[in-house]
Ligand binder design. Structure first.
Ligand SMILES: [Zn+2]
Ligand SMILES: [Zn+2]
Length: 224
């Protein structure tokens, strides 16, 4: 694996940890009045959450680095590309990922799969950033695999494109679960993502399956 790819992926993962900590602090300590819905306690202990979340982080790490080490040349190319191609490749990969994720997520709402797998995540009715990866490990493996598959389908993409896509993928997953809205106009997109996914957790479980783009839900009649 190229050294710059290794360093950049580690940097994105560290950023994800920092973003998760900031959003968690904001929702729970600093500005709980900005929560989208008034949180109600659930029966899951902090210890259980920490075990689940750190376990899923470990699984994601092994999967990302494992795939990059074994089949990295099919996903990522070391050829430098202009900035507009970086943006295009990252968005194309994420668009394909989100399309596949839409059906993956919708499939997980089948009662049997919900009971055994996706219900772990939906048991949290008032999620915060920390619970963005409070999920069944199979769901975590599925989500990361689809993201890597999306990059493979449009790839091989440049190192910068892959890193940008991973940055958006991770940040979006944290922000959709942040469960707060900010007053700043700079936070229009995070606010939109958080409100959209809060509807999925709280009001209409069969709406807003896609994680990044609204198109797929609009196209398939599940947008709210
Ligand atoms: Zn769901
Ligand atoms: Zn969720």
């Amino acid at each position: 694996m190229p050294q710059e790819l290794l360093i950049a992926v580690i940097a994105v993962l560290l950023w994800s940890g920092v973003l998760m900590a900031i959003m968690q602090y904001a929702a729970v300590v600093k500005m709980p009045e900005k929560r989208i819905r008034e949180p109600r306690p659930n029966k899951i202990t902090l210890k259980t959450k920490i075990i689940n979340v750190t376990g899923n982080m470990g699984v994601a790490l092994v999967l990302i680095f494992g795939v990059l080490l074994i089949a990295g040349e099919h996903l990522v190319s070391t050829v430098a590309v202009p900035w507009y191609q970086v943006i295009f490749e990252a968005f194309a990969g994420l668009l394909v990922y989100d399309f596949m994720y839409y059906f993956f997520h919708r499939g997980m709402h089948h009662p049997k799969v919900m009971r055994k797998v996706h219900g772990v995540h939906h048991y949290i009715r008032h999620p915060t950033a920390f619970e963005s990866i409070y999920i069944h490990p199979l769901e975590g493996i599925g989500g990361v695999s689809l993201m890597l598959l999306g990059m493979f389908i449009v790839g091989p993409v440049s190192i910068a494109s892959f890193v940008l896509a991973l940055f958006i993928y991770n940040s979006c997953n944290i922000l959709v679960h942040a469960n707060i809205t900010w007053d700043s106009k700079l936070m229009v997109l995070p606010n939109y993502w958080a409100k959209r996914h809060d509807i999925h957790h709280g009001v209409h479980l069969n709406r807003n399956y896609a994680s990044i783009f609204p198109f797929w839900d609009k196209m398939f009649g599940t947008y709210s």
